[in-house]
Design a protein around this ligand. Structure first.
Ligand code: PLP
Length: 408
């Protein structure tokens, strides 16, 4: 049984939420870009630097062994968090972006000219550009799945794209612009019927939804700690063991080797084969405190709380902002609201909201092809996390109303 949700208790765990911006109490609605960080995570990082910093995997001395133990404990926590089979399937990276680059560079070495990779029009640049690099290097072809008016993927088109040249499908679990929660389990099953492996970009799903990689049966799943109340610069690549074993290393260096000589070098076993150099072991250790936070509050509770904020804010915006256009009205949607009002420039809305202490994001949200598809240069985007409140939603909508009246 998950605990009853008390948003005041949750807020109390986040010191940064007490801050003022432009002399106003901060209302932080840019959670899609990054979340705020609970005290426990920050304190864990500070303690490491003050009391116990030592490099991992390198020494017999106590501090080094303890640092290694903390890092490997996080690996076990992540394995359990996403229900992976083994710790060998959990690779620490710098973030979602690096995870996708790793797969495109390493797995992509088996692709040939004319091979096809299926993407969708709602991808973040992180899940477009690494494949384009392969396109220019090898000559692969990208097939891009379109959306309907609600911002849901055209699944018939998706299925129609599979043929005997298809070598990979790579798509986001949740859109960072539209909020659409894609039916990834079904999409993975479709790909597997055609013998094609799937990478899921989980950057926007992992902070909000229960991820079960075995249930999804994805081949790769990537996400970032900083969007999950954890430290920056840490990411996770999950990969099925057999696939990871079959892949060449991504980067060379210390930690990832078995034995090095100038004649011949052998590589370490998983997961270390893909972890060249000193990782951000302080951040990795502290990431387990972020997982503690999520688990103590309950991911199901967070999801329900955010869903309620999404419903409440959307209805209130529609009722009180004439000329409002919301981009993304999928039936399954995460707590992200991208919008425009009349022909007011999104930057103007964002700037004036900032003056009220309200942090929203404006622009193309690293999804320029999606903006092009929607025929707009950008949007304003408000996104919610575990600590946002109904009062903040009220302040956001009334602030927006004021700002829009000024700009008209
Ligand atoms: N994919 C999606 C859907 C995202 O929203 C983001 C970041 O906003 C990324 C990938 C890139 O994540 P990172 O910058 O942490 O690597």
């Amino acid at each position: 049984m998950e605990r009853v949700y008390n948003v005041a208790d949750v807020r109390g765990m986040f010191p940064s939420l007490q801050n003022k911006v432009q002399g106003k109490p901060l209302i932080y609605l840019d959670n899609t870009a990054t979340s705020q960080t609970p005290r426990t995570v920050v304190e864990d990082i500070v303690s490491d630097y003050y009391e116990r910093k030592a490099n991992v995997h390198r020494g017999v001395h106590t501090l080094s062994q303890e640092a290694t133990a903390r890092q490997e404990e996080t690996r076990r926590r992540v394995r359990d968090y996403i229900n992976a089979d083994s710790v060998e399937e959990i690779i620490f990276t710098r973030g979602t972006t690096e995870g996708i680059n790793l797969v495109a560079s390493s797995y992509g070495q088996r692709f040939h000219e004319g091979d096809e990779v299926i993407l969708t029009v709602m991808e973040h640049h992180a899940n477009i550009v690494p494949w384009q690099l392969l396109q220019s290097r090898v000559g692969i072809k990208l097939r891009v799945v379109d959306i309907n008016d609600k911002g849901e993927l055209d699944l018939e088109q998706y299925e129609s794209y599979f043929n005997d040249r298809t070598v990979m499908a790579s798509f986001t679990h949740v859109s960072n612009v539209l909020g659409t929660i894609n039916p990834v389990r079904d999409m993975i099953a479709t790909a597997h019927r055609h013998g094609v492996p799937v990478l899921v970009d989980g950057a926007q799903a992992s902070p909000h939804l229960r991820i079960d990689v075995r249930y999804l049966d994805c081949d790769f799943y990537v996400f970032s700690s900083h969007k999950m109340y954890g430290p920056t610069g840490i990411g996770i690549l999950y990969g099925k063991k057999a696939l990871l074993e079959s892949m060449p290393p991504y980067q060379g260096g210390g930690e990832m080797i078995g034995h090095v000589s100038f004649e011949h070098t052998t590589f370490a076993d998983l997961p270390y084969k893909f972890e060249a150099g000193t990782p951000d072991f302080v951040g990795i250790a502290a990431f387990s405190k972020a997982l503690d936070f999520i688990e103590s509050v309950g991911l199901g509770n967070i999801e329900a709380h955010e869903e309620e904020l999404l419903r409440y804010t959307t209805e209130k915006m529609r009722a009180s902002i004439p000329g409002l256009r919301i981009y993304g009205e999928a039936r399954h949607k995460s707590a992200v609201i991208s919008f425009l009002v009349d022909d007011i420039h999104p930057y103007d809305i964002g700037m004036l909201l900032d003056g009220l202490g309200i942090a929203v994001r404006t622009g193309h949200h690293c999804a320029q092809p999606l903006m092009e598809r929607l025929g707009i240069p950008g949007t304003v985007r408000a996104s919610f996390a575990a600590y946002n409140t109904v009062e903040e939603a009220d302040a956001f909508v009334s602030g927006l109303k004021r700002v829009v009246e000024m700009l008209r």
